[in-house]
Design a protein around this ligand. Structure first.
Ligand SMILES: Nc1ncnc2c1ncn2[C@@H]1O[C@H](COP(=O)(O)OP(=O)(O)OP(=O)(O)O)[C@@H](O)[C@H]1O
Ligand SMILES: [Mg+2]
Length: 356
């Protein structure tokens, strides 16, 4: 990955809470403690503190939808707050667009937040005495954008999140889902390049949640922002993410695409989440196929119609329904690049049914 493709990068990043614990440790030595995170966590907790993030290393690519997933208390919000510098990390490095972000001055930080970064939190944080329109236009007022321009922009954002007609309502006249849309519109009004969303949909009921996820995906297709999204819902992570970092006890235990994680969970903790996931809807044909070189294909009788590498197994199954034979796999240019055997398909289906 070239450095220009990376928006945000964490290296040996730590966040330790607890004044007593912090007094007892030389925090400058933490970055060297990569192999001893458990040991440090035990000593910190013996001193009444907690390692909320221990030795975090990750790169978030430009335009990527990056999800932090893990159980409650695993350190997701702390890591996101460190990434946006709402919380100061105890040790480690943070780079934004190739520059040291931890040394940014208060003024630089304010400018970056106003122009580059957006944040949406679980608890909406709307101003109760302001209308929907004024709430959405607020960050533009802070930027001293003339009134007409900011109201035009706010109306456009309100339309984008499907709230037109409710511009004059006040937050307490709105449902939870509508308030969350206002929060999203407000944060989009500044057109952030890097967008942090901490469990923005967790207060919503399943149907609205699904709709909001769809809207977010639609926005992402249109604007291609870099998104860091926190959730403790694995299926939400799978639906939204380009890549997922799975956190446990302040550590990242696995980073990968949804398919990589579902196919090869790093440990029992990850496997427990994966158990719930409908594999056939996540795994793509290219991950299950046996690759073949062009000269093998005719020998194996693999000419003719087939499935494509980027189909999900579910799509491939419905395509192949009842054929019970090996299916040729084509790439986007129509070349035959592999084969899916009924045995391989069956192995995924069986493990799904057994919940393995
Ligand atoms: N300001 C703080 N002071 C002390 N401990 C804190 C503070 N903020 C978080 N923690 C602790 O750090 C750990 C990680 O918390 P964090 O809020 O990052 O978890 P999370 O994964 O976001 O959980 P949730 O899904 O419940 O929001 C928890 O044990 C929490 O109690
Ligand atoms: Mg949290």
């Amino acid at each position: 990955m070239s450095s220009s493709e990376i928006t945000l990068s964490c290296r040996q990043l730590w966040k330790v809470y607890g004044d007593e614990a912090l007094k007892r440790f030389d925090t400058r030595a933490l970055p060297e403690a990569a192999e001893r995170v458990d040991e440090v966590a035990t000593s910190v907790s013996a001193a009444g503190g907690i390692v909320a993030c221990g030795d975090i290393n990750l790169d978030i690519k430009r335009g990527e939808f990056f999800v932090l997933m893990g159980l409650s208390g695993s350190g997701k919000s702390t890591l996101m707050r460190c990434m946006s510098r709402l919380t100061e990390p105890t040790a480690g490095q943070l780079t934004l667009d190739g520059k040291d972000f931890l040394s940014a001055s208060t003024r630089q930080l304010r400018d970056i937040r106003r122009t580059k970064m957006g944040m949406v939190f679980q608890h909406f944080g709307l101003f109760p005495h302001m209308s929907v329109l004024d709430n959405v236009a607020f960050p533009l007022r802070v930027q001293n954008i003339p009134e007409k321009d900011r109201l035009d922009k706010a109306r456009e954002m309100i339309q984008l999140v499907g709230l037109e007609g409710r511009e004059d309502a006040f937050p307490d006249q709105l449902s939870g889902g509508q308030k969350q849309r206002v929060g999203i519109a407000r944060s989009l009004a500044v057109d952030p390049e890097l967008w942090f969303l901490d469990e923005p949909f967790s207060a919503l009921d399943p149907l609205i949640r699904w709709q909001m996820q769809s809207e977010l995906l639609r926005l992402q297709t249109r604007f291609k922002k870099t998104i860091v999204f926190v959730t403790h819902d694995f299926m939400e992570a799978v639906r939204l993410a380009d890549r997922i970092a799975i956190m446990k006890d302040g550590r990242v235990v696995q980073i990968g695409t949804p398919e990589e994680i579902v196919l090869a969970p790093a440990d029992a903790y990850v496997a427990e989440f994966v158990k719930e996931a409908p594999r056939t809807r996540i795994i793509k044909v290219k991950q299950l196929m046996e690759a073949v070189s062009p000269k093998d294909t005719s020998a194996a009788g693999l000419t003719g119609e087939g499935v494509t590498t980027d189909m999900t197994l579910e799509e491939a199954l419905s395509w192949s329904a009842g054929r019970g034979q090996s299916l040729p796999v084509h790439d986007s240019e129509g070349r035959t690049v592999g084969v899916i055997t009924p045995e391989r398909l069956a192995s995924v289906l069986n493990s799904q049914q057994l919940g393995q």
